[in-house]
Structure formats: C-alpha cells, structure tokens
Design a protein around this ligand. Sequence first.
Ligand code: IPM
Ligand code: MG
Length: 357
Amino acid sequence: MMTKKIAVLPGDGIGPEIVAEAVKVLEKLGTEGLDISLEYGLIGGAAYDETGTPLPEATLTLSKQADAILLGAVGGYKWESLDISVRPEKGLLGIRSELNLFANLRPAILYPQLAGASTLKADVVAGLDLMIVRELTGGIYFGQPRGIRTLENGEKEGFNTLVYRESEINRIGKVAFDIAGKRQGRVCSVDKANVLESTELWRETMTELAKDYSDVELSHMYVDNAAMQLVRAPKQFDVMVTTNMFGDILSDCASMLTGSIGMLPSASLDENSKGMYEPIHGSAPDIAGQNIANPLATILSAAMMLRYTLDEAEMADRIENAVSKVLDDGLRTVDIYSDGTTKVSTSEMGDAVVAAL
Ligand code: IPM
Ligand code: MG
C-alpha cells in the first residue's frame, strides 16, 4: 500500500489543542499498520498573521496533493475587525470551494452514556442516530452578486444571493440517497419552497431524483418546521439533506441533542470521496489555550477520515469504540461533565482514547 498523505491544518483557538489529540490517535494507529504521513499547513487567522492571507497558496497546494485533510477550527476575536475578504472564515470557505468539497456529512449520534448531558429529556434523544447532509460549496454562502452598497439616499444596503443549479442539487441529493440506502432508507429534504424559488427548484429536483432510488423514501419539510421537529422528536429523522445555510443552522441545533457540540465530527467530500475532516464546532477562543476543550469531535473526525477516504473501516470502528470506552469509564471534559463522572483535560481525554484503542 502507498503511504497516504494527510494535510493537518490546526487553525485557530482550540484548533491546535484538539488536533494534537486526534494526531495522537492517528500516530498510535500508525504504529499498528496504518501507513500515513502527516504534513502541517497554516489556515485561518494563524495563516493571516504569518502570510497576510487566511488561505496561503502553500496550504492549498498541500491540501490538493494530500489524500485527506484534518482541520481544527478557524476564527477568533483578534481577527473579527478585519475586512471580510481576509477573515479566517474566508480561509475555510476558500478551501471547501477550491477543493470542491460539496458534500458535508454531519452525523448526530447520541452516545448512550451522554443521554443525561443533553438539555432535552433522555427519552427524546436516547438512541438518536441522524445524518445531516449539507450542501457546502453553493447557495447563499457563495452566490453572486454579494456585497454592501450605498444607495442614492446615502443609506447602505447589504445583499447576498441564494442560487442553486439543478446539477448542484442533483449531486448533493445523490450523496444523501446513497447514504440513506445504507441506513434506514429515509431522506428528508429540507427547504423553504413556500417562499424561495431556489428551493422550490431544490424540492422539484429532489422529487425527480427520488425516482432513481426505489429503496429510499423521500419526504420534504420546510426549514422552520424542521428546526422545531429536531427538538420535538428528532428520532423521526434518518438522513436530512439541505442547503448550505440551512445545514449550517440545523447541524448546530442537532449537535445539542447529543449533549455537546464538542462531540460532533464531520466530513466534507468531493466527487471522488477525497475529504476534509473537521469537528463541526468552532474555534472557541474563550477557552483556547486552557487544555479544557473536548477533543472527541476531532478524534471522531479522524475516524470518519479512515472510513470515508482511507478505506480503513476497521480502524475507524476501533476509534469509535475507544471513544465509547472512555465515556463508559466516566471520563468527561467540562462540556459533558456531570455529577458522578471524572473531569479530565483535553490532553487527558486524548491519552485515554489512545489507551483504549
Ligand atoms: C461551520 C461553521 C462555518 C460555516 C463558519 C466558520 C464559516 O459555522 O462549519 O458550520 O458557516 O460553514
Ligand atoms: Mg456552523
């Protein structure tokens, strides 16, 4: 087997701390037959400080050459007043777009050990296993025209464009239907077709596509109702497929069902299942550098990398089982801590997962 090259982009805030723990896990598997090499790159505010841009050419080249990318998080107070074109978030959006990572998979799985950590009643979330498939390189995040202009009366106006082409809807739809075929066979497409033409087309295209998938059942839901249903009865969902911005919002909402946003990994895939793997949470500048952040979302993102890009399902299982084991052992970072469990730091959590492997 050829050595697989992983681009590691720690980013800002808690990014470097949580990525270090996922790297520990990958390196441990490296001593047991996983043939990978890691190469580090700058992204986000860290890249801006060093090079004046949140996505340096070197990082883009490294990421294009790599088989997979492991990313921490970007952003922080320090860079909030920068022009939007060089803000850390632009680095993340840029790499998603440049690498054509249009399919963002955000699983929300409740570990039974954490049923009590959710703000929702345990019976509402017990057994939750849902997959949000978010379109990641189109929609209002990227639509043109966009900007802030000054009107004739001197008033300023901000504007963005929500646009989706049939081909973009089809390719994300296919990803969702394929995944549903390997799960419970149900796709719920989330839109705002009662108001927005772009998502009226989304609904029509999904309906047409469903005809190719006789084993999958398609339903549609307006996004406002979907937000409500997620907190009312989340177990009704198997796979949800939706636009870039709706997926951004609904996946944060879904994360809370699992107890903590610190638990949710994600994969962003291109047409050939090359992928970037990152926790869905942000850079949490308020707790950066304190060794208290939860590294499990990033460790679970590494597991997704093994499963989806590196074809190492067995090693992915091992990581996921190890995470389950440390939770069984009662280890908790502060975000998932409750009475009767043991509070651990970021690095202690990472060490425990390595030990449990
Ligand atoms: C996410 C984040 C990003 C997004 C930000 C940091 C640009 O919220 O990955 O969900 O909006 O996509
Ligand atoms: Mg988000």
